[in-house]
Design a protein around this ligand. Structure first.
Ligand code: TNX
Length: 517
């Protein structure tokens, strides 16, 4: 495959020997087609400017993002200008001139002496192309202060587009709260690997992390000090902070998917509002990590008033199309109660203009075909999910044995859990979303998502340690064509990303399976 070719960087001589990696063979996720041209390369210079399609605010916004990425390490001004032509070498971002094959999210990138040209049909595509360009530059481009060296981009052409339209990461803010700055940092990290959805698990037994005006104590009590696992994860997002996160994510072409988990995983709400309990008595708050014991009261009308208030408010503050209603591990309700609950709640999501997503248990209640069951099983079989797929539902893949970033890497990993087994980076890489679930064909797969549950994770360092290097493995399974799938190539490419994480201050697990430099 083209991506396995050598990079053709032989002629690039850094002013200071760098040991930095650059080349077409370092890109994660692997591109569809990559054709190095050893006779060409582009020099980034103090005179380089970024030229964006005249009249396109989207291209301009991506251009500004690119400039912000490249300025700290280069120290170059990199002005962003909208002009039609230029005789000076530059980086150009243009819309509407790309090959049809790149679709809604792909791009073409051409590098010659005269410039770097990124073409796409959408802003999403340009943004994806910019992530590839960052990876083609030497690792030092990730440094925070000016580096004295020459910056070259190896010559050649890339044509690239995703296998699946949805590539997600999930962060659990309920077990331990993670604040706006931590979530922003995670958005930056996932966007670099062309992950385009961030699912926020906002509520659970141990805490409620999103402001709801009609039920104000959910956050002040249910999300307040002393909540979270071990009582050490208190905090919540105000509506203003949630809006800020949505803006930040949108500028990185990431869509936020909020999750309000129900009817189980609701002890934080139940312990805050006594009237939500069948017996009218609020249970004590919980700070342990048991699951499956709590449930909203299926037979009380106030339950549905509560749920509708929450869905209405969350839908109103969410620009993206999906609203995730959880639905997992409802072991405190019977199958019949679960169906009764979902029959009333599922239509509310559509009523407020959103598309339903939920853990794979929702497949049991024949949700509308627009609903997205998120598969999290440990074996590759689930008859309800297969039936939903046959009816026309798209399935999101998060198999716990492959995609759960909270599983320990091995028996020595201090953080994380191990109920689905240990998951080394090769386990996270070696599966095929198109064939993983029995009787769910590739055409029924929406994409992949890597959940990160935070029972054991307190800091951003903890989050990063579990996500890297496995998140890039999941991202590649979601983006790259099967023809490029190759563990030997992937581990070599991962090794080249280690220095980038170091320079950006991203913590990561130095897996013994990867030949880190
Ligand atoms: C299962 S997977 C859960 C979560 C836990 C996680 C820990 C799923 C839908 N529910 O409540 O946090 O395992 O790995």
């Amino acid at each position: 495959p083209a991506v396995g070719m050598s990079a053709g960087t032989a002629a690039a001589e850094p002013a200071v020997p760098s040991g930095g990696q650059h080349g077409f063979d370092k890109v994660i996720p692997a591109p569809v087609e990559a054709e190095p041209d050893p006779k060409e390369k582009f020099w980034l210079s103090p005179f380089t400017f970024i030229r964006t399609q005249p009249g396109s605010a989207e291209a301009k916004q991506v251009g500004k993002y690119l400039a912000e990425q490249l300025r700290p390490a280069t120290g170059y001004p990199l002005p962003v200008v909208s002009t039609r032509h230029s005789f000076l070498p530059n980086i150009s971002l243009s819309l509407g001139k790309a090959d049809e094959r790149v679709g809604e999210q792909g791009y073409q990138l051409d590098v010659t002496r005269k410039g770097v040209r990124i073409r796409a049909n959408t802003g999403d595509g340009l943004f994806a192309g910019v992530q590839t360009l960052r990876q083609l530059l030497p690792a030092q481009i990730e440094a925070n202060e000016p580096q004295r060296r020459i910056w070259t981009v190896p010559g050649g052409s890339i044509l690239d587009y995703p296998r699946f339209g949805y590539r997600g990461a999930m962060l659990d803010l309920a077990r331990h709260f993670h604040d706006v700055d931590e979530v922003k940092a995670y958005i930056d990290e996932i966007a670099a690997y062309k992950v385009n959805y961030l699912h926020l698990h906002l509520t659970d037994d141990q805490g409620w992390r999103i402001q709801i005006d009609s039920w104000p104590e959910l956050t002040t009590v249910g999300g307040g000090p002393g909540t979270g696992v071990d009582g050490e994860g208190g905090g919540y997002l105000t509506k203003a902070e949630y809006a800020e996160l949505n803006r930040y994510a949108a500028a990185r072409h990431v869509t936020i998917v909020p999750e309000i988990d129900m009817p189980g995983h609701t002890n934080a709400a139940l312990s805050t509002y006594a009237e939500l309990n069948c017996d009218g008595v609020a249970p004590p708050p919980r700070t342990d990590i048991e699951v499956g014991y709590s449930s909203l009261c299926i037979d009380k009308e106030i339950t549905y008033e509560f749920v509708e208030d929450v869905i209405r408010e969350v839908a109103a503050m969410t620009p993206g199309p999906y609203l995730h209603i959880g639905g997992d591990e409802a072991h405190a309700t019977t199958d019949e109660e679960y169906r009764t609950f979902m029959d009333r709640v599922l239509p509310m999501v559509g009523k407020y203009g959103k598309r339903i997503s939920g853990w794979d248990e929702i497949a049991q209640v024949d949700p509308p075909t627009s609903a997205v069951p998120q598969f999290w099983d440990t074996d590759g079989e689930d008859a309800d999910v297969a039936e939903a797929a046959a009816r026309g539902n798209k399935i999101l893949l998060s198999p716990a044995t492959k995609a759960y970033l909270d599983m320990k890497y091995d028996e020595n990993t201090e953080l994380g859990l191990s109920w689905a087994g240990f998951t080394e980076v090769d386990d996270a890489y070696d599966w095929d979303p198109g064939t993983h679930i029995k009787d769910v064909p590739e055409s029924a797969v929406l994409g992949v998502e890597a959940p990160l549950w935070s029972e054991t994770l307190r800091t951003l360092d903890d989050i990063e340690f579990m996500a890297f290097p496995r998140l890039p493995a999941i991202a590649e399974n979601g983006w790259s064509p099967r023809a490029t799938h190759d563990w030997e190539s992937f581990r070599e490419r991962l090794a080249a990303h280690g220095p980038r994480w170091e320079l950006r201050g991203v913590n990561f697990y130095r897996s013994p399976l990867v030949p880190w430099k």
